[in-house]
Design a protein around this ligand. Structure first.
Ligand code: HEM
Length: 498
């Protein structure tokens, strides 16, 4: 009897071993043919345990092993990493339409039938919304002089706020968040808010949570089945991300439906233009313009627009504290070209190449969205001779392209001069890609460039950014979908008049 029990239990273990071997064989033999080099890693978890943190640096270091384009299984999901500029360009520029898809996973989308505006959608719905946003920004003079007075007005508020803190180390994150998100509010709704206003305070809390809960390699992206298990949210926290998005949508709804919106009369803000578009499409069953679409577009612009520009400003202020020599050089140029009495204009940039180079260097060294947002190829396609199966998750390592020693020589050094040619003019190489490239490149790039130029020139015109004890500020970042400085206490001091 005892022998029989032993046999039965041994049989059980033998079956487990047989199943494991079959599973392993299936796992390894099921890798599609002609993939770029790479690794399937371990069963179930794939290569995830081997990727060092932060992931963009982990991928970067894999270049020596696998080359500029490689495949990895993360969980049981096939991922292609475009690790250098050539690979990114081959895919995102040369095969732009194919690579314009997005991954719609539990990180962003509750269920597959949900439509999502610009950032998380693709196909015709995304195409029309993206076109609408780009046209609206252009029509409202973003990147041109017509939007400038509104930006300069916001900058006046920003400088007045800084004046209150002159000479005192001050947490800067929220001040920047309020000011830079006001620019998006202006475009979207025609409104700005005082920094203490409950709406903007609620919004920056929601945006902050949204950013904190967004993981670059989120658990539920690679183990999608996990979100179906009751209680799994306690581990993966994916519902928190949805709640943050709901909160932003709810704030957007409040703003959009506020009949007392104090609109700037001189232009048609995005909400009004969208409502006009909805009206002109009434009765057209194929129209993609809807109240739901409007709220998602507002949410997209608020999430994508406020955090990115404000965090880039904050990183810039940290780098300038640590590099007073760069700051002095830019101030000298700004004093000579603009002076202290007139407000800067976006047109001044041709006369201030060093200041533009300084801002460009901040973008490069920070690479705020280091792995862009994941793309998806919408059909099977060849890149650099390798075959990528349809619907694969594609990660572009923008950080590596912006910090590749083969292209930049000394990428670790903060050195704006790298963008100045021997004739003293600005030279920006094509492999500078903080906004990504191709059909999914940042839709707000013209706004971000204009903001950062006018904010930095105004700031340096009137303030020195200083370290009171001469110590360098730490460069540690909270590495989420974007990179956010952990340290945010900055000291600005009004410049003396001499
Ligand atoms: C320093 C500032 C900014 C940086 C570094 C930045 C960078 C990026 C990057 C890397 C992407 C992903 C591109 C890809 O997936 O290939 C992106 C997407 C996007 N950005 Fe920005 N961005 C900035 C500011 C802004 C602003 C101010 C707005 C709008 C108000 C904006 C709106 C968007 C939108 C709508 C998308 C999604 C585009 C699409 O999927 O078609 N961004 N951005």
């Amino acid at each position: 009897m005892a022998l029989e029990e032993l046999f039965i239990s041994l049989g059980f273990y033998i079956w487990i071993i047989i199943f494991s071997i079959i599973g392993l064989l299936y796992w390894y033999l099921n890798v599609p043919p002609n993939l770029p080099p790479g690794s399937a890693g371990l069963p179930i978890v794939g290569y995830l345990p081997y990727i060092s943190s932060p992931p963009y640096k982990g991928f970067s270091s894999l270049e020596k092993k696998f080359g500029p384009i490689f495949h990895l299984y993360l969980g049981n999901r096939l991922v292609i990493v475009l690790n250098d500029y050539v690979a990114i360009k081959e895919a995102f520029i040369k095969q732009a339409d194919v690579f314009a898809g997005r991954i719609r996973d539990a990180n962003f989308v509750r269920n597959d039938s949900e439509r999502h505006g610009v950032v998380n959608d693709d196909g015709e719905y995304w195409k029309q919304h993206r076109r609408f946003v780009l046209h609206n920004l252009r029509d409202n003079g973003v990147g041109k002089l017509t939007f400038e007075p509104l930006l300069l007005n916001e900058i006046r508020h920003f400088l007045a706020e800084l004046k209150k803190h002159s000479g005192k180390p001050t947490p800067m994150k929220d001040i920047l968040y309020c000011s830079l998100s006001n620019n998006v509010h202006l475009l979207v709704t025609g409104n700005r808010y005082d920094y203490e206003h409950p709406t903007i305070q609620r919004m920056i809390r929601a945006l902050h949570n949204f950013s904190e809960h967004g993981q670059p390699l989120a658990f539920h992206t690679f183990f999608p089945w996990i979100s179906k298990i009751p209680g799994s949210n306690r581990i993966t926290k994916h519902e928190l991300r949805w709640q943050d998005m709901d909160e932003i949508i709810s704030i957007a709804n409040g703003i959009v439906t506020d009949n007392n919106r104090d609109r700037q009369a001189q232009y048609e803000c995005l909400v009004d233009a969208y409502i006009d578009e909805m009206k002109s499409n009434e009765g057209n069953l194929k129209s993609i313009f809807s109240k739901n679409g409007l709220l998602h577009v507002c949410r997209d612009l608020m999430t994508a627009g406020a955090e990115t520009s404000s965090r880039t400003m904050l990183w810039g202020m940290i780098y300038l504290t640590n590099h007073p020599e760069v700051q002095k050089k830019a101030q000298k140029e700004i004093d000579a070209v603009i002076g202290r009495d007139r407000e800067p204009s976006y047109n001044d940039r041709s006369q201030t190449p060093y200041t533009v180079a300084m801002i460009t260097e901040i973008h490069r060294i920070v690479s705020l969205v280091p792995m862009a947002l994941p793309h998806r190829n919408m059909k099977e396609i060849k890149v650099l001779g390798y075959t990528i199966p349809k619907d694969t998750m594609i990660i572009a390592n923008l950080w590596h392209a912006n910090n590749d020693p083969k292209l930049w020589g000394d990428p670790e050094n903060f050195r704006p001069e790298r963008f100045i040619g021997s004739d003293g003019r600005l030279v920006i190489p094509e492999y500078f890609v903080p906004f990504s490239i191709g059909k999914r490149a940042c839709a707000g790039e013209p706004l971000a460039r204009m903001e950062l130029y006018l904010y930095f020139t105004s700031l340096l015109q009137h303030f020195d950014i200083i370290s009171l004890d001469g110590a360098k500020l730490p460069l540690d970042g909270s590495e989420k979908v974007t990179r956010s400085p952990i340290f945010d206490v900055i000291c600005v001091r009004e410049r003396s008049t001499e």
